[in-house]
Design a binder for this molecule. Structure first.
Ligand code: TXA
Ligand code: MG
Length: 322
């Protein structure tokens, strides 16, 4: 069994990565479980520590956009997006070059690449001479971690080092998109909205996530699920439907019906969607850790800014009747 240390030593993280080990790293979206993306052995360790199915490919993290062409062949519009939003919460899906091993992309001839906007992650990337493959640093299927402590809770004894960079500012995983001939395909929505992608390129943005979900419904739907059953919709109606149960209500900015059975978790007193996104995963974990709740109830958030990403993650976190 491995002892898991939490610290701020970038040199130590770099040394471990150079030796083929995996290290949890902070990013502005969520924490990642990083390893040398060009090493089959290191990437194998990432899949094992997370218990991630080997058909689910990993994102390459690089220090700056000039490195994109080392691993992929971006077209002009992809480079325009890179210039506009990197470093930042955007991942581009691009045709891959041969130096990226098949195991990293799970056999796909496309590679997902991003430049994380976090000072410690960037400093680390400048100290090593390879890209980092990094999925979110959680056990496969559970909620992504936004603090070093979250990583520790899921991966204690499985990895030797967690680089602590504080709380992830965005709090939701990056937007993933792919530039097609006459449109942009949005594979996952996040901190960069569809409107921002459209404004930067002049191309329409088409949601590619819904059709992916149809291909593997159960698997992707439950991707971010807490253990406590979660229902979303009109909060007042849901409170009525679950009367008698101990409820945790995750509300955007206000309280609804009051009762001894209901605890409110307000994500942003000032109705700020970025603040709500930042607090969402830690709130879900906090509720899940208290075993007295029978249900989690939450609402549909406004479809502006990062709102669609909040709605997407809560949609996937919903309880599915089997
Ligand atoms: O914000 C983020 O993107 C975080 C931080 C750590 O960078 N990473 C993250 O990784 O969320 P992960 O592995 O939890 O989610 C990455 C998603 C997966 O759904 C995966 O299927 C998709 O990206 N993906 C990665 N490479 C791909 C590829 N070559 N083709 C299609 N999908 C890909
Ligand atoms: Mg993940």
């Amino acid at each position: 069994m491995m002892f898991t240390e939490i610290g701020r030593n970038i040199e130590k993280a770099a040394r471990l990565l150079q030796n083929g080990e995996v290290v949890a790293i902070p990013t502005e979206t969520v924490y990642g479980l990083a390893g040398n993306a060009l090493s089959e052995a290191a990437v194998t360790k990432i899949y094992a520590a997370k218990k991630r199915p080997s058909f689910n490919p990993l994102i390459l993290h690089i220090a700056n956009i000039d490195q994109i062409i080392c691993y992929a062949t971006p077209n002009a519009i992809s480079l325009k997006l890179a210039n506009a939003f990197m470093p930042g919460p955007l991942t581009l899906l691009l045709p891959k070059k041969n130096n990226v091993p098949d195991i990293t992309t799970a056999g796909s001839n496309k590679v997902a690449i991003r430049v994380p906007n976090h000072p410690l992650a960037l400093e680390l990337l400048y100290q090593i001479n390879f890209p980092l493959a990094a999925p979110s640093a959680n056990q496969s299927g559970y909620i992504s971690p936004t603090t070093a402590q979250h990583v520790y809770e899921g991966l204690n004894h499985k990895i030797s080092y967690i680089l602590d960079g504080g709380t992830s500012i965005v709090g939701l995983e990056s937007t993933i998109c792919e530039v097609m001939n006459d449109h942009i395909l949005l594979h996952r929505t996040g901190g960069i909205s569809a409107n921002m992608l459209q404004d930067a390129t002049g191309l329409p943005v088409i949601d590619g996530a819904s059709h992916e979900r149809l291909q593997t419904p159960g698997q992707l739907k439950s991707h971010y699920a807490p253990n406590t059953p979660l229902y979303r919709g009109n909060i007042e109606t849901l409170i009525d439907q679950h009367r008698g149960k101990k409820m945790a209500v995750i509300s955007f900015y206000k309280k609804f019906a009051l009762s001894d059975n209901i605890d409110y978790y307000i994500l942003s007193e000032t109705a700020n969607l970025s603040e709500a996104a930042n607090k969402l995963f830690s709130t879900l974990r906090e509720i899940d850790a208290q075993e007295n709740y029978e249900v989690i109830i939450t609402e549909i958030f406004p479809e502006e800014g990062i709102g669609p990403a909040i709605n997407d993650r809560l949609n996937r976190a919903q309880f599915i009747h089997k």
